[in-house]
Design a protein. Structure first.
Length: 139
């Protein structure tokens, strides 16, 4: 393994990627969204349920992504419940600005996990997958 790969795939990122098992795909979830990275081909399918106020009340996902994309999806899933479409959209915009080097780290619990990927633009699309799939699901 080369030094950059060791730096990118930290034990925290690899550990978070394995935690996705706690958010298993559920065919019963009524809202569906998909996202695909044009750069690396990673994909993520997200199923959601929302409460009467339009806030996420349940979620499940199926990721075919690198460990960075999976770790970001874990950060998303861990903090998505109770959030509205507007909150997801604002967080996605803040995340895109951060990845582009235009702002500070967004205020999303757990997103610091993927900070090692800031210097790897080819991984940025994979980081965005969960937010993109959620916005697709929420219409």
């Amino acid at each position: 393994m080369t030094a950059p790969a060791r730096t990118l795939y930290t034990p925290e990122i690899l550990g978070a990627a394995t935690m996705l098992a706690g958010f298993a795909w559920d065919e019963a979830l009524p809202l569906r969204g998909d996202a695909r990275s044009r750069r690396c081909g990673s994909t993520l399918a997200l199923g959601l349920a929302v409460d009467d106020g339009g806030r996420i009340s349940g979620l499940g996902l199926r990721a075919h992504a690198c460990a960075i994309g999976q770790a970001a999806a874990y950060a998303f899933a861990s903090a998505a419940k109770g959030r509205s479409r507007d909150e997801i959209a604002a967080a996605r915009a803040a995340l895109a600005d951060w990845l582009a080097g235009n702002s500070v780290m967004p205020d999303w619990p757990g997103i610091a996990l993927v900070e090692p990927a800031l210097g790897y633009p080819a991984r940025h699309d994979a980081i965005m997958l969960a937010w993109d799939a959620a916005l697709a699901a929420l219409g």
